[in-house]
Ligand binder design. Structure first.
Ligand SMILES: NC(=O)c1ccc[n+]([C@@H]2O[C@H](COP(=O)([O-])OP(=O)(O)OC[C@H]3O[C@@H](n4cnc5c(N)ncnc54)[C@H](OP(=O)(O)O)[C@@H]3O)[C@@H](O)[C@H]2O)c1
Length: 373
């Protein structure tokens, strides 16, 4: 039987696919947005080339992957009638990892994260009625905990319906959790809530640069407009993938939800910036919390500058990122640490090599084209 995975072309999804291809014998069915199988394969190769060489990709693709063209926002995930029947007949479990992380667009978040999750739930129900679904794993986010200030949020308190949310992304992911729980009552469901996923603790290459850019900027600044003891909960992508797959493959996990985070071991900004500065030859920092308000106003103003000035993109990244800094909140991780028997590698162990890679490649992954011969 087969694991059906959404979001395989994304950053985390590529790790899930790699780890299942290299660490298990499972067959994988991937829902990919494309207008032809050829385009889907090219998109998948782009996502997986950080992990596999082309020969490996072709071999594993032929032997272990079923590619389905589709789109979460379409009824029946946009699957053709015959593909839908095949997915229902062959799927044993689902990992729903796809989402829109576009915090600025409520429309996109509603369509992908709510309607898309509802369509995936309907597929899960059809499979469950047909022959039983072994597990539905929903990749949520620690941001579902809503606006918090100076907290270590215990796992049982993550969802609080009386709290407002960071943004449309956090709101729709939180309601996604609710739909999964309410509508899949006869299916084993596991909710995973990663905190900020940043870099791979085992090797420098990355395809995600927005957050690294923000840290690179902080590493250059002499004055930082926040308190130095603020903590930020960062977790490496290799740990997140390992955690999700270990629990997804278990017959009886001990819990039904897992924060995948650094929790109480999260580093302070002072520790993070010091380790990032080592990778960028930055100088020592002075933290000036009184500059917080003017700095936030400046960033807000810069998001409205003309594109040709080329500061608008960085300002937008910062404006999304800053609230997560100032809330100074981390997420308890004792469920996953108890179950895996290991904690995530702290960010300061691998931050310098991550930033080194980003600077060397000018914040762009050196993608190889599909070999034409
Ligand atoms: N990155 C983080 O720091 C973080 C933290 C906590 C939780 N998470 C969660 O982890 C999951 C993966 O995040 P990520 O960072 O890997 O995101 P990502 O790189 O942006 O990948 C998103 C994936 O979702 C797919 N997708 C988006 N809209 C779709 C649609 N309409 N139909 C089908 N597929 C669609 C994308 O496909 P295309 O390639 O076609 O766009 C892509 O494969 C998400 O559920 C996210 O909420 C991420």
């Amino acid at each position: 039987m087969t694991i059906f995975i959404t979001g395989a072309t994304g950053y985390l999804g590529s790790y899930l696919v790699r780890d299942l291809l290299l660490g298990s014998q499972e067959r994988l069915a991937l829902l990919i947005r494309a207008s032809s199988v050829e385009e889907a394969q090219r998109r998948l190769w782009r996502a997986l080339q950080i992990h596999l060489d082309f020969e490996q990709f072709l071999e594993l693709n032929a032997r272990r992957l079923d590619i389905y063209l589709g789109d979460l926002t379409q009824p029946d995930l946009g699957l053709s009638e015959s593909d839908l029947a095949r997915v229902i007949a062959t799927t044993s479990s689902i990992i729903h990892c796809a989402a829109s992380l576009n915090r600025k667009s409520a429309t996109t978040c509603f369509n992908v994260n709510l309607r898309g999750t509802l369509h995936t739930i309907k597929l899960a129900r059809a499979i469950n009625e047909d022959h039983g679904l072994r597990r539905f794993s929903y990749i949520s986010t620690a941001a579902a905990a809503g606006k918090r200030q100076d907290e270590l949020v215990p796992e049982p308190d993550m969802i609080d319906w009386n709290r407002s949310d960071y943004d449309p992304y956090a709101r729709t992911k939180k309601f996604g959790e609710y739909m999964v729980r309410e509508l899949l009552t006869t299916v084993p469901v596991t909710i995973f809530r990663p905190s900020t996923i940043l870099g791979d603790s085992s090797r420098p290459p990355t395809t995600q640069f927005d957050m690294v850019r923000a840290f690179a900027l902080f590493a250059k600044m002499s004055f930082l407009p926040f308190k130095n003891n603020i903590r930020l909960d960062i977790v490496p992508v290799d740990y997140v993938s390992k955690a999700i797959l270990t629990i997804h493959q278990k017959e009886k996990p001990s819990f039904d939800d897992y924060n995948i985070s650094s929790g109480p071991a999260s580093l302070t900004y002072k520790e993070i910036v010091a380790s990032v500065a080592r990778g960028s030859k930055g100088h020592s920092k002075i933290f000036i919390p009184a500059l917080e308000k003017p700095f936030r106003s400046l960033i807000r103003a810069l998001t409205h500058t003309p594109r040709k000035w080329q500061i608008n993109r960085m300002a937008t990244i910062m404006s999304v990122f800053l609230p997560y800094i100032y809330y100074n909140t981390v997420f308890d991780n004792h469920h996953i640490v108890a179950e895996l028997g290991e904690s995530p590698t702290p960010f300061n162990v691998y931050a310098a090599q991550l930033l080194g890679f980003a600077l060397e490649h000018k914040f762009r992954y050196p993608y190889q084209p599909w070999p034409e011969n």
